[in-house]
Design a protein around this ligand. Structure first.
Ligand SMILES: C[S@@+](CC[C@H](N)C(=O)[O-])C[C@H]1O[C@@H](n2cnc3c(N)ncnc32)[C@H](O)[C@@H]1O
Length: 251
């Protein structure tokens, strides 16, 4: 199974102890790192005092970044307990407990007390078969008029495994960009932007890996078979069949 790693919080502790002051993009579990989160933030049209839902929040990098940049309160929901434990520890370490919280939960079962003013989801739907149902669960958590920002890999189903979201392809449900957009709209969202960011991602890859793997702690160190997963993904985005879509929607 993918997302089976345990003791991530201890691994992060050790890495940060060995490399003080260089956390880099360790907690950003998607292509484009923190720069990709910045691309999404503008599209969320956040007001002061707003609340944001991060669906499939991983190690919490995007959630903390939104809170830091905007002062909004962010709730991350993720199905993997070890990732939520790591996300909470990193948030406490960053002094952001007052703004950012995490729940271990499948988004299908998540019932917020109040609807959120915005949501993001980055690199999660690739594990989801029924995408319309899944985006409907997100819509259910949002106030009318709320924004949703997505950052997603699209393409054909046959890829070289392992990939960051799937070790062997059995839990991968990647679809072409048109099919993904249709699922999001069927779930009740209206499209504001649907941009092909593959050229931006290729530039980011060139810039980030120009001198080989970045120094210090990095995401592959936290994942089973992490380096092969990242290399296969970068290859599929650079020369192969995958593209990255940035979407902004209103509910
Ligand atoms: C590739 S990671 C992306 C994490 C994070 N969005 C980021 O970009 O840093 C995918 C995440 O989705 C979570 N996930 C998968 N299916 C989910 C579901 N149905 N509900 C909540 N989280 C889910 C996994 O546990 C994993 O943390």
């Amino acid at each position: 199974m993918t997302y089976d790693e345990t003791g991530i919080d201890r691994t992060i502790d050790r890495l940060l102890r060995d490399h003080p002051g260089t956390p880099g993009d360790l907690d950003q579990f998607h292509i484009g790192g923190a720069d990709a989160v910045d691309l999404l933030i503008g599209g969320l049209a956040l007001a002061e005092g707003g609340t944001v839902l991060d669906v499939g929040s991983g190690f919490g990098g995007p959630a903390r970044q939104i809170a830091r940049r905007t002062g909004n309160r962010v709730t991350g929901v993720d199905i993997t307990p070890a990732y939520v434990t790591a996300a909470r520890a990193l948030t406490t370490g960053a002094g952001l407990d007052g703004l950012v919280r995490f729940e271990t939960c499948d988004i299908a079962a998540f019932a917020p007390e109040r609807p959120f003013q915005a949501a993001i989801t980055m690199h999660v739907q690739m594990n989801v078969g029924d995408k319309t149902a899944w985006f409907s669960h997100i819509a259910r958590c949002l106030a009318p008029g709320a924004r949703l920002a997505v950052w997603e890999a699209c393409g054909p189903p046959d890829l070289t495994w392992p990939m960051p979201w799937s070790l062997d392809g059995t839990d991968s449900f990647v679809v072409p960009a048109g099919a993904l957009l249709a699922s999001i709209e069927r779930a009740g969202f209206t499209t504001v932007e649907w941009a092909d960011e593959t050229p931006w991602v290729r530039d980011w890859i060139d810039k980030t890996f120009a001198d080989g793997p970045p120094d210090g702690p990095s995401l592959p160190m936290l994942l089973d078979d992490g380096y092969t997963r990242v290399i296969n993904y970068v290859t599929a985005l650079t020369d192969g069949p995958l593209e990255i879509r940035r979407g902004i929607f209103t509910r």
